[in-house]
Design a protein. Structure first.
Lengths: 436, 259
């Protein structure tokens, strides 16, 4: 039986050679979460084609321990595949045999919180001879790619207050960029950059401005403290403009915006961030004052294309609000934005390609949400996938607040949503809304 | 790993019931017979990982006054009974009664009181010797080094000084689990010798002395020889003087992974 495998799997001797930044835009290996800094999520390797795909057979099976879902995007370079599973574990596999070269598991106690997302890990970053992985308990760990030995670890976000890392870090020019999960727990979201060699923090971009900062007038009172805006998927990078493009998640509280009247910047937005300083260059908010959990963490795809007869660098993204957007990469100006599907029963009109609704507007009975697009390089067409989940919302007469409890054993603060009985801010129908 | 429940007849387990108050008594109050019982259990159940007399192995060396995971007597008894979730320390809750766990913990505590004399060598000179002798080309300490031999970042917490000295003098006699030396002969007569990284029915993966991984398909290899008594590490018995070995052991014994 002839088995079709990727070209890189034919390597017999896996001599370890360092992965350089230059390779990350390359075509063969898959050395970063979305395949390249431009995040096309498309492999140009021609060995698998429509003609032979029906004849693919398993070459090997690797079974990680445990049950639970696996959301990893494996990296493949120099005959080794690096993959992860939950809550926080990494393995290096020999691609020829599927046998592991090493496995690394971080002990994660059952008490480690994952509020609003599963106990998963989405992958690693690699630079030179080091792998970088985020942990469910809120650390960034550097591992020796040859052996899995720990080189350093750094505390990124406090887990007892709802922070966790599930996203794959992004390695850029000697920096490791890492985002956090926890928007449903009412964290104040951020994106961090660390020195790849030492783990020293280089900058932090808060996705929720504090009082006095630009955008802070979109948050009444102290609602910014629990504003959400998690950075739970890996973004993209333009090496010419030296800008990171990173999506942000829902505002907190998630399904009811009564305590945070305003646009709630920079939640449900795409933010272009200066790689040197961590300062935002521009932002585009897809859903102002989001009350539908319409995160904008979908992976931004960078393309150079013609818009209105003029070559422009654009970023395209399929947003969870059901619109597909093309924005100018330098300015954030809208090139165009279109609904991907009709939205029965929706009253919203389009205002600068953002679905517009007034406060108190009820969610539609039915509406599509989008998950990451991939770009087929040969046809030049982006391929977003859409689904049409049913959605319904409960409203309590009295809404709760995020409360801070003290943890006696550690003395650390613990911020979690109040229990449903006292008016939990999370919509009890959310589970149904997302699973159907 | 053999469990106590698998080794003892059920009747013995039924007889070994003890008052609950045993668990709360100070471990220092244990008499000679309690310690003897504790040692018996330790030798059968714990020495597999922690070494005979608690000198260390896959599990940490226990011949120390303070144990990182067990700050007090109650925690130590709990760990003996219930293990440490998220680590390789398993639960013995089914196998051990409260009294047996208490006796075992008392014996573990006694190991810390009979701690060995201070080591004769200088850790500082040992560190310099480690650098100048190129130990780091095969071993990792704190994220730096080669991958042919085992990582040594926490070796001082895992192994006692006598073991470390033996490993330097006779590496082949004390090589750790997971470092089996294999010599594979290809059909064309060429040989690859290295440490086994992984193996199943179809494949064997070897890491040679240069750190390169070889993926070998067993059906295409004419011979696979497992060298149970071999190590890729050379003996330092004649390369170093006795004083130098003392220095190196003092350095290694101080590596606890806590910098």
């Amino acid at each position: 039986m002839k088995v079709v495998v990727l070209a890189s799997m034919t390597i017999l001797l896996s001599v370890f050679t360092p992965v350089t930044v230059a390779q990350m835009g390359g075509d063969g290996a898959w050395t970063t979460y979305s395949g390249s800094f431009a995040s096309h999520r498309f492999s140009p390797l021609p060995q698998i084609s429509p003609a032979n795909v029906a004849r693919l057979r398993p070459a090997w099976v690797y079974q990680p321990p445990g049950t639970g879902s696996m959301e990893t995007t494996p990296l493949v370079t120099n005959g080794v595949m690096y993959l992860t599973w939950g809550p926080t574990a990494v393995a290096a596999l020999d691609v020829k045999s599927g046998k592991s070269l090493w496995e690394w598991t971080r002990p994660i106690a059952p008490s480690v919180l994952n509020l609003g997302f599963p106990r998963v890990n989405r992958g690693v970053a690699i630079l030179d001879t080091t792998l970088y992985v985020g942990t469910l308990d809120g650390y960034l760990v550097a591992l020796d790619a040859r052996s899995g030995a720990e080189r350093w670890s750094v505390h990124v976000g406090d887990n007892p207050s709802g922070h966790a890392i599930t996203a794959a870090p992004l390695a850029v020019d000697g920096r490791i960029i890492v985002g956090v999960s926890g928007g449903e727990a009412g964290i104040r979201g951020f994106l961090d950059a660390y020195d790849a060699k030492t783990g020293k923090q280089l900058w932090r971009f808060w996705t929720i401005p504090s009082p006095g900062e630009p955008g802070s007038n979109t948050w009444p009172g102290d609602s910014w403290v629990h504003g959400g805006g998690a950075t739970w998927l890996t973004g993209s990078y333009d090496p010419q403009l030296k800008l990171l493009y990173w999506g942000t998640g829902n505002a907190g509280p998630d399904w009811n915006g009564d305590s945070r009247l305003g646009d709630n910047l920079y939640t449900s937005s795409l933010v272009a961030i200066d790689i040197e300083t961590g300062k935002p260059r521009w932002h585009f908010q897809f859903t102002p004052h989001d009350v539908h959990d319409w995160d904008a963490n979908q992976i931004p795809v960078l393309v150079d294309t013609e818009v209105g007869g003029r070559a422009r660098p654009v970023v395209v993204t399929a947003n969870r609000n059901g619109f597909f957007y093309a924005l100018d990469r330098k300015t954030g100006n809208t090139c165009w934005g279109r609904p991907t599907r009709s939205r029965p029963g929706q009253r919203a009109s389009i205002h600068r390609a953002v679905p517009f609704w007034s406060l108190g507007w009820n969610p539609p009975k039915e509406g599509p949400s989008c998950i990451p697009a991939s770009k087929a390089r040969r046809t030049g067409r982006a391929r977003p996938t859409a689904r049409r989940p049913a959605s319904f919302t409960y409203r309590f007469e009295k809404w709760g607040r995020f409360t801070t409890r003290r943890r006696s054993s550690t003395g650390r603060g613990r911020t979690t949503p109040a229990a449903p009985r006292s008016g939990w801010t999370r919509n009890p129908g959310a589970r149904c809304a997302r699973s159907t | 790993m053999p469990r106590l429940s698998a080794l003892l007849p059920p009747a013995v387990l039924l007889l070994l019931t003890a008052p609950l108050s045993a668990q709360t008594r100070s471990l220092a109050a244990a008499g000679a017979s309690d310690l003897a019982s504790g040692q018996k259990i330790f030798d059968a159940q714990c020495a597999w990982c922690h070494g005979a007399g608690g000198t260390g192995g896959n599990g940490p060396n226990l011949q120390r006054a303070t144990l990182r995971q067990a700050a007090n007597d109650v925690t130590l008894v709990q760990i003996v009974r219930n293990g440490i979730p998220g680590t390789e320390m398993p639960s013995f809750a089914i196998a051990l009664t409260d009294r047996m766990a208490w006796q075992t913990a008392a014996y573990v505590r006694s190991l810390g009181r009979t701690r060995a004399r201070p080591l004769p060598g200088s850790a500082e000179r040992g560190a310099a010797l480690y650098e100048s002798s190129g130990c780091g080309s095969c071993h990792i300490v704190a994220g730096r080094g080669g991958v042919v031999g085992p990582e040594l970042t926490r070796i001082g917490a895992l192994r006692g000084a006598p073991y470390l000295r033996d490993a330097l003098i006779k590496p082949a006699a004390s090589h750790p689990p997971g470092y089996l030396v294999v010599r594979a002969t290809n059909a064309d007569g060429t040989e690859i010798r290295g440490v086994r990284v992984n193996e199943d029915v179809f494949w064997i993966l070897l890491r040679d002395a240069s750190g390169n991984v070889h993926t070998l398909e067993k059906s295409k290899v004419s011979k696979v020889e497992r060298q149970l008594d071999a190590s890729l590490m050379p003996s330092y018995e004649t390369r170093f003087s006795g004083a130098q070995l003392d220095d190196l052991v003092a350095y290694l014994a101080g590596l606890r992974g806590d910098q």
